[in-house]
Design a protein. Structure first.
Length: 488
């Protein structure tokens, strides 16, 4: 499925569905243009409703002089992004089920400001709903919805074109991440993930370096390797770099947790729902996809993506509770629970990030079940050591409607990570589990501004709608676009 934007609609077909967006002040002439002469009474009624700024939103299928379907959305002066996303998702699903080939969305009934606000919301929601996973089924449904076309008088406007291009790249990045994440662990191995990242990065003009186990060992990433050694599948350390700004400008570094399957190791997880532990690499998938979208858009920033990727499996070579490992930055860690493995691979990646002298580091991880208890499946957790950077992340969260909530990293929580035998324990007990995981990571991010995003509750859906969501790519791209604008 693709998006398009133009000032004039292409030739109509019977497999087209149309959406007319109106709001307060929408001119009657613009409504007539879409509805046609046979619906003049309806056009007049809609125009009257728009002038009153009626608080009722409505979406109704109405008859016109063509056999296709038409819906009208009357928008309030203050748009509720959650409501708009849900309405758009519902409409797209309706058309998808009805085998419509194209949805035409008319934005001429809106002011430029409202149209600019609405465009990315509709593109993201429609794109997510229209998404078809690359399943391994021998028989699969064909893609019927082929295009969502936006028609607006602002199509040639530079700001409009920029928003359209950025959102189009974002939706494709989300689809890429979702496809990677939905693959089973016997397909999406660390080596497969590394090759996919390398191929996509090079495609958009970026550089890729894939570190093998021997190279990882030479770097001193013993915590990372301690997790990987329990599996017969080799780990990889993915390093992607893109230079869109001046040579020598400090980069932003993205780090993604890439556990391609998490059994829990010796601290074995319960069997029910363990198949979903293929999603423990969603942080890696979203970081790779967001990085490649930045390279595709040629944003004027320098960007690095780091992904430690391996499996966490039980075996005679696996970590045992009570084992102590030395991390890349020299700190020793007592492994009290082998199912708290994400922080062990991330801590070495955070230490490695120091070499870039970064202006900011953001790690993304499906790190703790405690985050789901705290925030459910609506918002992810955000914490860090630099409030200005956290505020920029939260602002990007609001702009993209990709929800995050800040949690504290107060020094009092450090007490929970004390060990009698090592510098740190890898868990701090049940209380404040998401926060103590963040506290653990903070010991390896002391030399730069850093933010940690825990996406355990938002990275995928379970049950009958099982599948990756592609979050927090909207937030990441919103943040990176804003940083690019600040530096240009």
């Amino acid at each position: 499925m693709k998006f398009s934007i133009s000032a004039k609609k292409n030739q109509q077909t019977v497999r087209d569905a149309e959406v007319l967006c109106i709001s307060k002040g929408t001119a009657k002439a613009k409504i007539f243009t879409v509805l046609g002469k046979k619906n003049s009474d309806l056009a007049a009624n809609l125009s009257a409703l728009a002038q009153k700024d009626d608080k009722r939103r409505f979406q109704a299928a109405i008859g016109t002089d063509t056999p296709h379907r038409l819906s009208v959305w009357c928008l309030e002066s203050k748009m509720d992004l959650d409501v708009l996303e849900k309405e758009c998702a519902s409409f797209t699903a309706w058309q998808k089920a009805g085998n419509e080939a194209r949805i035409i969305v008319y934005l001429d009934g809106l002011s430029k400001k409202d149209a600019l606000t609405l465009l990315p919301v509709l593109m993201k929601s429609a794109g997510n709903t229209a998404y078809l996973p690359n399943t391994l089924k021998t028989r699969d449904n064909d893609e019927t919805l082929q295009e969502i076309a936006f028609v607006t008088e602002y199509a040639a406007d530079a700001a409009f074109q920029a928003v359209f291009t950025q959102t189009d790249a974002m939706v494709r990045a989300m689809n890429f991440a979702r496809n990677l994440s939905d693959l089973p662990a016997n397909h999406c191995t660390p080596d497969y993930l590394a090759e996919e990242a390398k191929t996509r990065a090079i495609k958009f003009g970026a550089k890729a370096k894939i570190h093998t186990p021997d190279q990882i060992a030479k770097l001193g990433m013993n915590a990372f390797l301690s997790v990987a050694k329990g599996s017969n599948v080799e780990p990889r350390f993915i390093e992607l770099s893109y230079n869109g700004a001046k040579r020598g400008d400090a980069p932003i570094v993205l780090i993604g947790k890439g556990i391609t399957f998490d059994s829990g190791g010796i601290s074995l997880k319960p069997g029910a729902g363990m198949d979903e532990m293929k999603y423990d690499m969603c942080g890696a998938a979203t970081v790779i996809a967001a990085f490649c979208a930045v390279a595709e858009l040629k944003l004027p920033i320098n960007l690095v993506a780091l992904v430690p990727t391996c499996e966490n499996m039980p075996s005679g070579h696996a970590n045992r509770p009570g084992d102590i490992v030395k991390t890349m930055n020299g700190l020793t860690v007592e492994i009290l629970n082998t199912d708290a493995e994400g922080r062990l691979i991330l801590c070495d990646a955070l230490a490695y990030a120091e070499k870039f002298k970064p202006q900011a580091v953001i790690d993304v991880a499906t790190l703790t079940g405690a985050c789901i208890i705290a925030l459910g499946h609506v918002a992810g957790g955000v914490m860090g050591n630099n409030q200005e950077l956290i505020d920029q992340i939260l602002n990007a969260s609001r702009t993209s409607n990709d929800k995050m909530w800040q949690l504290p990293l107060w020094d009092e929580y450090k007490e929970q990570l004390k060990s009698n035998f090592a510098d740190l324990a890898n868990i701090g007990g049940r209380p404040a589990g998401t926060i103590t995981a963040g506290i653990f990571l903070s010991h390896f991010a002391e030399k730069y501004p850093w933010v940690h995003l825990d996406i355990a509750g938002t990275a995928w859906n379970g049950g009958k709608n099982k599948g990756a969501t592609g979050r927090p790519i909207p937030l990441l791209l919103s943040f990176l676009v804003a940083r690019a604008q600040m530096s240009s």
